[in-house]
Design a protein around this ligand. Structure first.
Ligand code: ZN
Ligand code: ZN
Length: 320
């Protein structure tokens, strides 16, 4: 058996394992602002860009369908992240003394079984105590204030898909706003008629340059100023989590540098390898589900497991 150190045991506290707050309590100011950005960008893109610019043409309908699909799927994933319990440790759970696991996580302090003094219970592998949720969370990745929930075993997949669909919707939205701005500038320079606003009102810049055309341009400029930095941030986060999925690692595990602790435990030729890294394909299957054709689908069904995970030493025994 190989032993490696997990997280430090949390300081003592009398707080019991936290329960999920009521639905209305989930809608914090941060959550409401995220939802407002969703609605605002979608509305400006549809009412002020797609319909006035493309009208009900084939390209216009394609843009409308793609943007609606990516925004709808992103919203579905967002609410799944918000309302799915990330996974809690069953009451009375204890490490299985009979289990001959190839790798076990232990306390750094004395090498014993990981125990949460705040929840007064043992901690399964990859679980951590969240100070915001006030309980231990299975395969905890991080606590996300943007969805006001922990991201862990049962909702990590929804979180990953949220980043994928958000990135797609935001890139699409940003390019539409940029393209339409260039179209307006070009029309202005050539004194062409443009159609603006939800009613697609025909307008030239010469006849009334201070009119509502400038208001539309200001609104779209503001939307672009919101969309561009949001797009950059979300895409960067997506790239980070693609790395995490490919390595079957959580953000906490990355931060703690478990691989360095494995080195201390000594795993021969695999000293540097993350214990749950089963290879890129098997990592994807484990994190996103074993049916790749369904990876794109946001699902609310209960996620089994969460108390134990195969390691690369197990995978050798299993022959993959
Ligand atoms: Zn705990
Ligand atoms: Zn939390």
């Amino acid at each position: 058996m190989t032993v490696f150190e997990g997280s430090l045991v949390q300081p003592s506290s009398n707080r019991a394992a936290g329960s999920m707050p009521a639905i209305w309590q989930r809608f914090t100011a941060t959550v409401c602002s995220v939802l407002l950005v969703f609605v605002f960008l979608y509305y400006v893109d549809v009412a002020y860009v797609i319909l006035p610019w493309y009208s009900f043409t084939v390209p216009g309908m394609l843009h409308l369908m793609l943007l609606s699909a990516s925004t709808g799927l992103a919203l579905r994933c967002y609410f799944l992240c918000m309302f799915t319990d990330p996974g809690r440790v069953p009451p009375g759970w204890q490490p299985d003394a009979e289990q001959q696991a190839a790798v076990q996580e232990v306390k750094k302090s004395d090498g014993g079984a990981r125990y949460c003094k705040k929840c007064n219970q043992y901690k399964p592998p990859r679980s951590h105590h969240c100070r915001v949720c006030e309980r231990c969370v299975l395969r905890m990745d991080h606590h996300c204030p943007w969805v006001n929930n922990c991201i862990g075993h049962a909702n990590y997949r929804s979180f990953f898909l949220l980043l994928v669909y958000c990135s797609a919707a935001l890139i699409h939205s940003t390019l539409l706003l940029l393209g339409h701005a260039l179209h307006l500038v070009s029309s202005s320079a050539n004194s062409r008629v443009v159609r603006v606003g939800p009613r697609a009102t025909p307008h030239t810049f010469e006849e009334d340059p201070d009119s509502h055309v400038l208001w539309h341009i200001g609104l779209q400029t503001f939307a672009f100023a919101v969309a561009l930095p949001t797009t950059i941030a979300v895409v960067m986060l997506l790239v980070w989590h693609i790395r995490m999925v490919a390595a079957n690692k959580t953000t906490i595990e990355h931060a703690e540098g478990i691989t360095a602790q494995i080195k201390a435990g000594g795993l021969g030729a695999d000293k540097q390898r993350h214990p749950y890294n089963l290879g890129c394909v098997h990592n994807g299957l484990q994190v996103l589900g074993d049916e790749p054709v369904l990876w794109w689908l946001p699902r609310s069904s209960a996620t089994p497991g969460g108390l134990a995970y195969p390691t690369f030493l197990d995978s050798r025994a299993l022959g993959f």
